[in-house]
Design a protein around this ligand. Structure first.
Ligand code: FPP
Length: 245
């Protein structure tokens, strides 16, 4: 039985989030520049997107660039931005063909104008697609997002749209950039690192975590299927005990 066939289609996580890590090490192992690793990280993005569509995942969030990544050498930041523009440009027809809606989270205003324009174009062109929502986290940082939410709440308080004592988890989440998406049920991080790196701190409260030693450029559809099968073997109790489920 193939890996895809081993997946129980009635228990597929609705939202999968991935920290794509290890591009630099992958390139170094081959005696190449870091950007070579990023370039080879594009195909796995295609693979997991296709795999997500195949098994019926509805939302896929990819951590492509963090607020902290701006501190990398300028040449690497510039090359990554160039790669993003070219990739988004080239992938829109494939997104449309497969019913994939493009969305972003993060401080996208801080991205170069060229990247912003390509993103807006991709978002607009794919806005009616219904099969999968592909969310790119770009210049994303969870602490920034949470502070931004608090600032919006303070503005609404000043304008009497929200009152003291009224903030619940559900209301707070409606102020986050992910307000229109369900929380991820599964978080995958590649490259053997086991940390969150300021990614979706609020949204991952009840996610299952899966850490794999595979470096991102080596991540394949099969690795994605294996992660889903592993997820399906877990018992998600949400604070209850087994017998209550
Ligand atoms: C982390 O590896 C990876 C990134 C910071 C960039 C991810 C970008 C891509 C996969 C390019 C294509 C993306 C899209 C959405 C088109 P690292 O550089 O931190 O690796 P290291 O830990 O081995 O140094």
């Amino acid at each position: 039985m193939s890996l895809a066939e081993q997946i129980d289609k009635s228990k597929v996580p609705e939202h999968v989030a991935i920290i794509m890590d290890g591009n630099g090490r992958w390139a170094k192992q081959r005696g190449n520049q870091r950007i070579f690793g990023h370039q080879n990280g594009v195909n796995p993005v295609r693979e997991v997107t296709e795999a997500a569509v195949e098994v019926g995942v509805k939302y896929l969030t990819l951590y492509a660039f963090s607020t902290e990544n701006w501190n990398r050498p300028q040449s690497e930041v510039d090359a990554l931005m160039e790669l993003l523009v070219n990739t988004i440009n080239g992938e829109v027809p494939a997104l449309l063909k497969n019913g994939i809606r493009l969305q972003t989270i993060g401080d996208t205003n801080s991205l170069p104008n060229k990247v912003q324009a390509k993103l807006q174009d991709g978002i607009k062109q794919t806005s009616k697609c219904k099969t999968l929502t592909l969310i790119l986290a770009l210049s994303y940082g969870s602490r920034f997002e949470i502070c931004e939410a608090v600032n919006k709440i303070l503005t609404d308080f000043k304008n009497k749209k929200v009152n003291e004592g009224e903030i619940t988890p559900a209301i707070f989440q409606s102020y986050l950039q992910t307000a229109n998406f369900p929380d991820p049920a599964l978080l995958i991080r590649t490259s053997g690192e086991e940390r969150l790196s300021n990614f979706l701190l609020w949204q991952l409260a009840y996610a299952e975590f899966l850490f794999t030693p595979v470096l991102w450029p080596d991540f394949t559809k099969e690795e994605f299927f294996k992660a889903i099968i592993n997820y399906q073997s877990r018992e998600r109790r949400f604070g209850k005990i087994s017998e209550q489920l």
